[in-house]
Every structure is written in structure tokens, then in C-alpha cells.
Ligand binder design. Sequence first.
Ligand code: CP3
Length: 356
Amino acid sequence: MLFLNACKNRNGDRPPVWLMRQAGRYLPEYRTIRATKSFVEMCTDPDVAVEVSLQPFRRFGMDAVIVFYDILFLPGVMGAPLVFTDEGPRFERPLRTSADFDRLGRADLTSLDPSKGTGAILESLRRLRREVPREAAVLGFAGAPFTLAAYLVEGRLGQGVDRMRRFLNEEPRLAHRLLELLAQATGEYLSLQAAAGADALQLFDTWAGLLDRKDYAEFALPYEKIALEAVARAGKPSILFVNGCTHILEDMAASGASVLSLDWRLPLRTARERVGAGLGLQGNLDPAALFAAPDAVRQRTSSLLDAMSSDPGYVVNLGHGVLPETPPESVEAFVEAVKARKGVRTAALDPARGLP
Ligand code: CP3
């Protein structure tokens, strides 16, 4: 499987390719279903979630299929009422005090009842692993504790995490209790996804890049480690994504993740020089570059491949999720440009660098 080979630093003729948010509104077949169902209904009905996860795979044949769900359902089932509006998700009662914190509980992670548990994602993963050909990986995922806590504290997120950064300073002890609770639940949740059939698990710490290095080391990294350790114990590779991670790359490399998923700001070669060999690197075309004409997309993708062609642990992806109005032809050009690569032999395998 190309994807798992990359996680073990064993890329062959070409690296694997997939896209964050590869299922979604840019696809007309998604919009057809979305016209009759809410986003929550789509995620919590495994029939629909499996269908939507497969839509981009059928069209473009990526090397990985990510299950259709959302990172915010986990805190949702832990007792934080959540709504998805046209402006995005919102927690109805932002968490600011220890009384708010006390209302959160341990999640019932396996109930298929969408109001009670996160079992729908587990069922979708089981079905996906049966339906997707063995050559392609099935990916599970979760939000990292810092990013989940930021949503809980802010209620909704737009530009920044000012309220969350204030909370870390006003209520550091409460912040750590919240992060610890989320980390334990996230670790358990990812292990269940591994057992349900996910070949690898991605942890999204989308907002942690807004912290400085010291705060990242105190409030994000230790809790990423707890969740990523649970993935390692389940025997599966893990991917860690942080948006805006140039200043914390070396710290991320110490998280225990098998692969680091990078935003578009830092050239991948520079990232490789900074983290050394052994870790996988995933990324990092600017999602906005998909609004260029397909030829330009092919060129930009080729440049990425040229830069990383001798890298045995490279996974081609965007630097963040596909944007809603992206032309499907550009996604096709992106995937095709990777799949058309033949004979890009990677460096000889050094067994000392491979993962167990
Ligand atoms: O990648 C995939 O295809 C799998 C599904 C997936 C979704 N969300 C579906 C979704 C994944 C992996 C996520 C992760 C997620 N969700 C993150 C981390 C990654 C990132 O993008 O930074 C975050 C921060 C969220 C929270 C969230 N969910 C936001 C901010 C929004 C609104 C923004 C938007 O694009 O509308 C959502 C809703 C959401 N999650 C949609 C999808 C396809 C749009 C739903 C719709 O209205 O159809």
C-alpha cells in the first residue's frame, strides 16, 4: 500500500497522494446529497458517510480515503451542545469556568445513536475498510486537544484564538484539566478507530500554530503526545497537522507522530532539513493554488514532486483542506500529476531509518 510505505519511509516509484477535505462542497455529487440532508445527518448515518467518503475516490482514485465526519463531534458527545450553522460550527455554551468544565463528562464513544456517541464513525470505518481496495489506505482522524479546547472556549472560531489564549493565562490549571480530559478521550477514540479498520490516524491541531513556542510546548504538544501514543499502541501510523507550524516544526517532530502534515508556507525541502530523516512529511500545496488553470496546477504539483522526488517518506497533499468552490478539474490535475510520475526512484532504503 503506497500510503503505508510512505509512513515507513519506503516510497517507490511515486509518493502517495490524497487531499485533506477531499470530500465536500466542491463536488456536485456531494452537493446533491447535501441539498436534502444536514451536515450532521450526513456524518452520523454510515450509509451516507461511506458514500460521501467514496465520492472523491471514485472520481480521482487517490491513495487514501478519509472517513467523512467532523472533529467536533467528540466534545459534542462529552456534553458540549454543538450546532452546525451556515457560518460554521458553534458550541452553544462556551466553556469559561470550572462549573462549565464540570458539565463535561466522559464520552460514550461507541453508541450508534448520534445524540449519544461517536459510533457512526466507527461503523463507517468498518464499512470503508471492506469496500475500499487494499491498495488504498482508509484514514481515521480526531481533533487534537488544544484545537478542541479552543472551540469549546471560544464557542466558534474565525480568525484567531484570542479568548483561548486569554483563558490559558487566566485559568492555566483549569486549561490543563480540560486538555487532559480531551487527550484521554481522544486517545481512546483513535484506538477505537484503529480497531474499526483505519490504516492510519490523522490528528488535526489546526489552531495550535497560533501559540508561541513556549505555549505550544506547554498546552498543545504534551496532549498531542498522549493521543499519538494511543495510536502507536494500537500499532498504526499517525499524522499530525498544525496550520502555521514553521516556528514549532522541531517540537512537532518530537510529538511521536509518524508523519508531519505541513501547511504551505515552508518549502518541504527546508522542512526535511530541519526535522532530519525518519519522519514522514505530508503536504503542502496551497489550497488556493487549485484555483489556477489545470496546467498551472500540474506545474505546481510537478515542482513539489521534483523537490521531494528522492524523499522516501513523502505524502503528497495540500497545505490545508480543499476550499469549497475549488474546481474539480484542478483536483483531478493535482492527483493525475502525481500518478503520472513513473521512475522517480527514491533514495536507497536505509533500514536504520525505517519505522518498525
Ligand atoms: O477531510 C475530509 O474529507 C473528511 C472530513 C472532515 C470534515 N471536517 C468535514 C467537514 C474532516 C477531517 C474535518 C476536520 C475538521 N473540522 C477540522 C480540522 C481540519 C481543518 O480544516 O482545519 C476543523 C477545524 C473542523 C471544524 C469544522 N467543521 C469547521 C470549521 C467547519 C466549517 C467550515 C466549512 O468548511 O464549512 C466544519 C464543517 C465541515 N466539516 C464541512 C465538511 C465537509 C462542511 C459541511 C457542509 O456544510 O457541507
